[in-house]
Write a protein that binds this ligand. Structure first.
Ligand code: ZN
Length: 69
């Protein structure tokens, strides 16, 4: 039983860690971050920087409504 609980915790923690270090494209002017494959990223060349989701959220950005960040 203890082994199962450990496995469950391990599996539950992986997506959270992956989401935080996920590379996103953040618009520093509108404070919206996108998934690198988002169609909006192509039109965003001036104020966009490559960062991680964790960093983007820390800087006050929110996820794009089209791609979900
Ligand atoms: Zn987007």
């Amino acid at each position: 039983m203890k082994k199962l609980l450990f496995l469950f915790l391990l599996v539950a923690a992986i997506p959270a860690l992956a989401a935080d270090s996920q590379v996103v494209i953040m618009n520093t002017e509108s404070l919206i971050y996108h998934h690198p494959s988002c169609s909006r990223v192509e039109s965003c060349t001036k104020n966009c920087i490559k960062t991680t989701r964790n960093e983007a959220v820390a800087r006050g950005a929110r996820a794009c409504r089209v791609c979900g960040g």
